[in-house]
Design a binder for this molecule. Structure first.
Ligand code: COA
Length: 167
């Protein structure tokens, strides 16, 4: 049974992430999407919220499971006995960071390979921060995130912005 890990901050999950997860699910027997901590980012959503968004969005893909983990990705891969980590690459500027991460993970746990999938050209421009920015100002985010979670994201971020305005 082949197992792939799709790690990320998922703050929140976008259609770009879902595209990579769905393609990984066609390549491997099972896929674990794991919400992790990126020390360079302060997330807008709690781990529980991000986990719930992903659960809702992948409910229709039978071989995908969702998890959370606070430690190193390499340790999680060892724990799960993963064959591969799958990451999406959008533009050249993603490459340097992704390459460094892949080499580091490989030196910590060589049994798990990193596989890069080119991002779908429809989602090349997309990022979680763009989605958050649009939602905060009350504009429709449904072209960018799975339909099951669009309203929840909008309500949460737009409500927050209104609270700021009040006081
Ligand atoms: N299409 C469109 N956008 C995509 C995409 C795709 N296919 N794949 C990623 N993105 C976007 C995301 O929306 C996100 O946007 P943002 O920068 O505005 O937030 C960005 O690309 C990357 O975010 P994401 O993939 O969600 O997570 P990340 O890059 O923050 O994840 C971890 C990094 C969590 C995997 C990494 O920090 C990690 O492994 N942490 C654990 C600790 C560890 O092991 N550290 C050592 C690693 S060397």
């Amino acid at each position: 049974m082949s197992l792939a890990i799709c790690p990320g901050s998922f703050d929140p999950l976008t259609l770009g992430h879902l595209d990579i997860i769905s393609r990984a699910a066609r390549m491997f027997d099972s896929v674990v999407v794991v919400v992790m901590f990126n020390s360079g980012k302060s997330p807008a959503f709690t781990v529980e919220e991000r986990y719930a968004f992903i659960r809702k969005s992948v409910a229709g893909i039978p071989n995908v499971e969702v998890d959370t983990y606070e430690g190193l990705l390499a340790d999680y891969c060892a724990l799960r006995g993963a064959d591969a980590v799958v990451r999406g690459l959008r533009v050249m500027s993603d490459f340097e960071y992704e390459f460094q991460m892949a080499l580091t993970n490989n030196s910590l746990h060589p049994q798990t390979e990193t596989i890069f999938l080119p991002a779908n050209r429809e989602y090349m421009f997309l990022s979680s921060s763009v989605v958050r920015e649009i939602a905060r100002f009350g504009r429709d985010i449904s072209p960018f995130v799975p339909p099951e979670i669009a309203l929840d994201i909008q309500a949460r971020l737009c409500g927050k912005e209104k609270q700021h305005e009040r006081g």
